[in-house]
Design a protein around this ligand. Structure first.
Ligand code: PMP
Length: 338
């Protein structure tokens, strides 16, 4: 998941300011980050005050980007209780990401789950976004951090609609990025690795600076891969298509939407997609923990279908919100109540 629901503002100031505007954009980003503030952070096994959630400048991950993370949402369901969506799959993916990157998390799955369950109440929040982050602490520098401590933080903050309320209803404008998604043997796509997101940030900022809301990235063969922090879906003749897993993150929202669609009798096909198939789609949408289910109304100045949220997207979006808000008992197993 990438940062910045404040992104378009960031992008706008950079457009205005030209080359120096990029600096302005960076400043705006720093300000936006200041806006995230809570009471407690879970750090290395204990809850510490927000202002004590700091690390040393020699923190290895800060220098070389090797760390892994998750993005999880907790919703206040209709019965008034809070529920984490797909807790276990997120914890499993965190451990898988760490395993891929040879990082041994010094806590058990149960301890990590417990930390995730604790972090919202510790911050007096009943819904929000939860960010577990595994990182390499300070010690040796250079590219063999074998003896450095592996550390774990769990942070939570309120997070509204990642691509905006208006985007959720009427769709966003996307651009096919000039940046290719990593080759599978350069970046392993099954892990959420911190450094991989440099590629996403470059694409996201390019899209914002060019006046779009989001970037869709092609893989190194030129096939549609994913957006900067979301999976991509296409609707054509009533069928749902999405790129297969090799070059994309195995998105937990992607999996949920595929399941919901199939249960509704919609055929779902995981198939390589070309850029022009995006242009001639009846509908397009993105899925992700942060972005939830967000329609795309335009790609590269071509309107998608009717140019607004289409009927299949609307159906799946409302089914998704029924699930996360606890209105659909059929998928109650996906919710862990606090
Ligand atoms: N692709 C990328 C690159 C992502 O960062 C994310 C966000 N985690 C997704 C797809 C969507 O995954 P999920 O639905 O599990 O949040």
């Amino acid at each position: 998941m990438a940062e910045g629901s404040k992104g378009s503002k960031d992008g706008k100031s950079a457009v205005k300011g030209g080359a120096t505007g990029v600096k302005k954009g960076v400043k705006a980003g720093a300000k936006a980050a200041k806006g995230v503030r809570g009471e407690k952070i879970w750090l290395d096994g204990e809850l510490v005050d927000w202002d004590d959630g700091n690390v040393h400048i020699l923190t290895h991950t800060l220098h070389y980007g090797l760390g892994v993370f998750e993005g999880i949402r907790c919703y206040k369901t209709d019965d008034g209780r809070s529920a984490i969506f797909q807790l276990e799959p997120h914890v499993d993916r965190l451990f898988a990401s760490a395993h891929i990157n040879l990082l041994a998390i010094p806590f058990s799955r149960e301890q990590v789950q417990q930390a995730i369950l604790e972090i919202l109440p510790a911050n007096h929040l009943d819904e929000g976004y939860i960010r577990p982050l595994v990182f390499i602490g300070s010690g040796a520098m250079g590219l063999n951090p074998a003896d450095n401590p592996i550390r774990l933080a769990v942070i939570a903050w309120p997070w509204g609609r990642y691509l905006g309320e208006e985007g959720l209803e009427n769709g966003i404008r996307a651009k096919v990025s000039t940046f290719a998604r990593h080759h599978v043997n350069a970046k392993m796509t099954k892990g959420k690795t911190c450094g991989d997101y440099v590629n996403s940030i470059l694409a996201k900022r390019e899209a914002l600076l060019d006046g779009y809301d989001e970037a869709i990235m092609l893989d190194t063969q030129g096939l549609v891969s994913e957006a900067t922090g979301e999976n991509v879906f296409l609707v054509r003749n009533g069928r749902l298509y999405t790129p297969p897993l090799p070059t994309v993150l195995d998105g937990i929202t992607r999996g949920a939407v595929i399941q919901i669609a199939r249960d509704k009798g919609i055929e779902v096909i995981e198939s390589p997609l070309t850029r022009d198939e995006l242009y001639i789609a009846d509908e397009l949408f993105l899925t992700g923990t942060a972005a939830e289910v967000t329609p795309i109304r335009e790609v590269d100045h071509r309107s998608v279908g009717s140019g607004t949220r289409g009927p299949v997207t609307r159906l799946l979006q409302s089914a998704f919100f029924d699930v996360v808000l606890g209105r659909d008992g059929k998928y109650d197993r996906w919710l862990t109540r606090l």
